[in-house]
Design a binder for this molecule. Structure first.
Ligand code: RIB
Length: 289
């Protein structure tokens, strides 16, 4: 079983031909609303890759919250441990331009995730179950979850996004760390020890490098038509964890996640752009992965 502890957002997305300059008003090309949030996206990626997953998090008592839960259920995520709290559901205002994105976040209900919610959510967790975290909920809760998960002999996985200053305590409780290039640079800048059992560095079009004990390998990125990079990182880590839980094969899981992330960027959106296991397997067969 995989437990994702993290954020649930509604993404308000505007596509534009270029990013507006300071003080400038620019007319966008297209507006749409997506179900997103790094935690929720990762839970959906796990579910679409065929593993059992429960989401632990919070939404507001508003229409956005109801929609967010509906989306998770539709994609096969167990929402028993998603709490409704006063205030608004997390909102991400996303600008898309130049094959990239900029995101402005209002944490809302995500900032109200607390220790009681984590205790209830992980009450039935067993040794070797997996807990997957990001950093869109309070850092104190991330640390609390990692400690509780380790007491329960669970496998812990952290995707430190969006990156903030971290303590070594957090990394010492992490079995699998997955970072992009910016997050990696920040960890180095913070002089943190990143020698955990599995360290994964994703590098967009440069592919992915994995360090495991004394071994290291690299997998090139797939050349695809990039439409929207939102949730590519979430797709990678969710797909990796699902496949790793099923196979315990790091290299095969990395190749699978690499293909899943490549497919994700060929579509607009967050949760709806995450491919299913069948999509990924077919893509890998066609690309002789
Ligand atoms: O990683 C992508 C996600 O980051 C978006 O869905 C948005 O909600 C932000 O949290």
């Amino acid at each position: 079983m995989i437990y994702v502890v993290g954020s649930i957002n509604v993404d308000l997305v505007m596509k534009t031909s270029r990013m507006p300059s300071q003080g400038e008003t620019l007319t966008g090309e297209r507006f749409f609303i997506n179900q997103g949030g790094k935690g929720a996206n990762q839970a959906v990626a796990v579910a679409k890759s065929g593993s059992k997953v429960a989401m632990i998090g919070a939404v507001g008592e508003d229409d956005f919250g109801r929609e967010a839960i509906r989306s998770l259920i539709d994609f096969g995520v167990d929402t028993t441990y998603v709490c409704k709290v006063s205030g608004n559901t997390g909102i991400a205002s996303i600008w898309l331009a130049d094959q990239d994105n900029r995101i402005l976040l209002d944490g809302g209900a995500n900032l109200k995730v607390n220790e009681t919610m984590i205790q209830k959510g992980l009450a039935l967790a067993k040794p070797n179950d997996v807990v997957l975290l990001q950093l869109e909920i309070p850092l104190t809760i991330v640390l609390y979850t990692l400690k509780l998960a380790k007491e329960k002999q669970m496998m812990t996985c952290l995707n430190p996004a969006p990156m903030i200053n971290l303590s070594q305590d957090i990394l010492n409780l992490t079995d699998i760390l997955c970072v992009n290039e910016t997050e990696y640079e920040s960890l180095v800048h913070q002089k943190l020890d990143i020698h955990m059992p599995i360290f994964i560095q994703t590098m967009g079009s440069q592919g992915v490098t994995v360090f495991h004990q004394k071994h290291q390998f690299h997998i090139d990125a797939h050349l695809v038509n990039v439409i929207d990079t939102t949730a590519a990182g979430d797709t990678f880590i969710g797909a990796f964890i699902a496949r790793y839980e099923q196979s315990k094969d790091i290299q095969a899981s990395t190749a699978y996640a690499n293909a899943a992330a490549a497919l994700c960027v060929t579509k607009y959106g967050a949760q709806q752009s995450i491919p299913t296991k069948q999509d990924v397997v077919t893509f890998m067969e066609v690309n002789h992965d």
